[in-house]
Design a protein around this ligand. Structure first.
Ligand code: ATP
Ligand code: SF4
Ligand code: MG
Length: 316
């Protein structure tokens, strides 16, 4: 049984022009001890998927269908009283722009201790001491435990967020663009930390990223999203060696590498469709150089080709 099994999840945002289908019937699984990378252009629904898993979708957003089965139970149907002990404890998230998510008027040590106190049977002193250990583990000296977020660098704040998210030994962690927006040296250091923690804590993770080279270094499986739909899924080696979906191929060609390899940036012409009224047929057809008539009228089903799962009429 997969640790996380998402089935036909649908999340809509209400707008004046009708619902924006930000996540449109996606299914994916994450096995224990596996890291799955979720990639796609801005606005394709990655963070919405992450928020749905955490049940933190806010108005005007709403989960309108599907299941999110975590450790065998559908958390969407689960009462809040039961889910409260899972969120922040067994299931955690390092949110996009997490650095701004820290409480500005609480020391970093207290913010970690607070999570520990909420979920573990410890007293304040024990929670503080565990918070100090967490800080050391993520590479911030425990002597900084009384520092407030504004006294920490961007990289340290991000490490602090990782310390909070791993404080209760979670069974599953979502990292939503955990290194985006930081300078390249700090990105590299954080990536080393994340990989180290993956091994040390046996983390199972969903890793959301823009930068494909980061995904290639951290993930076992890769899921490619476009306009609220999944386009391709495959293991990380195979997806980079042999991308089958035209969108995956375009994505791989259009991103530079964190290693600083000189690679020409070929941007994908056009932009993703509006999610209120996406085009009929394949969501990618207006930008796809391989589109045929069928692509304009029929939505491709996801199917298996060469060990990948791919939603494209012409592949295979
Ligand atoms: N509050 C909102 N109201 C209306 N639409 C929204 C709202 N929040 C998100 N959306 C829509 O949902 C879509 C998916 O947004 P989401 O933040 O999940 O994308 P993303 O893939 O995480 O993008 P990025 O890479 O920029 O973080 C976007 O196209 C956006 O237009
Ligand atoms: S289904 Fe058609 S439009 Fe969509 S990616 Fe495949 S070839 Fe391109
Ligand atoms: Mg996002």
């Amino acid at each position: 049984m997969a640790l996380l099994d998402i089935k036909e999840l649908k999340v809509h945002y209400k707008t004046r022009k009708g619902p924006a289908k930000a996540v449109d019937s996606i299914s994916l699984t994450v096995e224990e001890n596996e890291t799955v990378g979720l990639i796609g252009e801005s606005g394709c629904g990655k963070s919405t998927t992450a928020r749905a898993i955490m049940k933190i979708i806010k108005e005007p957003g709403e989960i309108v269908g599907g299941e999110v089965i975590f450790q065998g139970k559908d958390i969407i149907k689960m009462p809040d009283s039961e889910f409260r002990d899972i969120r922040g404890n067994k299931l955690t998230i390092v949110r996009q722009e997490a650095q701004n998510a820290l409480n500005p008027v609480m020391s970093i040590g207290n913010q970690i201790a607070e999570v520990i106190l909420a979920h573990q049977d410890v007293n304040k002193k024990e929670a503080w001491s565990k918070a100090e250990e967490q800080l050391d583990m993520v590479g911030i000296s425990h002597k900084r435990a009384k520092s407030f977020p504004h006294e920490l660098s961007g990289g340290m704040r991000q490490r602090g967020m990782i310390a909070i998210a791993t404080a209760c030994n979670p069974d599953f962690i979502i990292m939503d663009e955990p290194i985006t927006g930081l300078d390249v040296i700090v990105q590299r250091q954080l990536l080393t930390l994340i990989n180290d923690l993956r091994e040390r804590l046996n983390l199972t993770a969903l890793f959301i990223a823009h930068d494909l080279s980061v995904v290639s270094e951290t993930c076992d499986q890769v899921v490619v999203m476009y306009a609220g739909k999944i386009m391709e899924k495959a293991d990380v080696v195979s997806i980079f060696k042999n991308p089958l979906h035209p969108y995956t191929q375009a994505l791989i060609n259009s991103y530079p590498s964190i290693r600083g390899e000189k690679k020409d940036l070929i941007s994908i012409p056009g932009s993703p469709p509006r999610l209120v009224d996406p085009p009929q047929g394949c969501r990618f057809h207006l930008r796809c150089k391989f589109a045929i008539e069928r692509c304009r009228v029929e939505l491709p089903e996801i199917r298996e080709v060469d060990g990948h799962e791919v939603a494209c009429h012409i592949v295979g």
